[in-house]
Design a binder for this molecule. Structure first.
Ligand code: HEM
Length: 199
């Protein structure tokens, strides 16, 4: 039977491959001119979708690991979170660089006028310190504050979902994603988790 460290190694390889694949596909599609008639929107939507999926997967690691007893899953949180941040940064770069041509005035107008842009920005600003303190050295330096700081991932996910909900014409997918986030938050409640585990 495989050991937890083998499972962790295999899952880590799967995460690196799975997270880099959409980026590779995006590069190939861009280079070969295979994006849609609105390539900037295509890039924005695709980077945003992958960022959100990876963020929700990262949040699932701790509750799923505790529920199943596969505690090694908790270690997958960090690579998933960092890959999510990579896609969020690309998403933002496409928005400010390609979509708004680095025009500060137009960008601030968009933030002031479109609530979904503001929600996206809040989410990005909450994720930024988490990515910046993701190293072991930062974890050691911050001590118990590190855990408290990393709770910011929940408001960041809520802001990202509001961003998605406010910009979507069809609310079905964002609502499903919000339900998943709610379930993950509920699983953080120890009593509920213990009951589910006993079942
Ligand atoms: C400053 C931060 C952000 C800005 C300016 C921004 C901007 C945008 C824009 C302009 C769109 C496309 C709207 C459209 O063409 O219909 C979009 C879509 C999206 N964004 Fe963001 N975003 C930001 C942050 C985020 C974050 C933090 C996440 C997730 C972690 C995210 C996830 C998404 C998703 C899932 C979509 C929709 C994809 C779809 O409709 O299939 N965004 N964003």
């Amino acid at each position: 039977m495989s050991s937890p460290s083998t499972h962790l190694r295999q899952a880590s390889v799967g995460i690196h491959l799975g997270a880099l694949f959409p980026l590779l596909l995006l590069l190939i599609d861009s280079l070969l001119g295979r994006l849609s008639v609105n390539p900037i929107q295509d890039l924005t939507l695709r980077t945003g979708q992958v960022a959100l999926i990876l963020l929700l997967l990262s949040l699932s690691c701790t509750p799923l690991g505790r529920l199943t007893g596969w505690t090694w899953m908790v270690a997958l949180r960090k690579p998933l979170g960092l890959y999510s941040f990579l896609y969020v940064s690309l998403h933002l770069l496409v928005f400010v660089g390609l979509d708004y041509g680095l025009d500060g005035l137009l960008i601030s107008q968009a933030i002031a006028e479109k609530r979904y842009v503001l929600a996206g920005l809040v989410s990005f600003l909450l994720l930024l310190p988490l990515a910046a303190t993701s190293t072991r050295a930062a974890q050691r330096r911050l001590g118990r504050w590190w855990r408290r700081l990393h709770w910011l991932v929940y408001p960041a996910a809520i802001a990202a979902l509001l961003h998605y909900l406010w910009l979507s014409k069809v609310a079905r997918v964002p609502i499903l994603a919000a339900a998943l986030l709610l379930a993950l938050l509920l699983l953080r409640i120890p009593l509920l988790r213990q009951r589910l585990r006993r079942r």
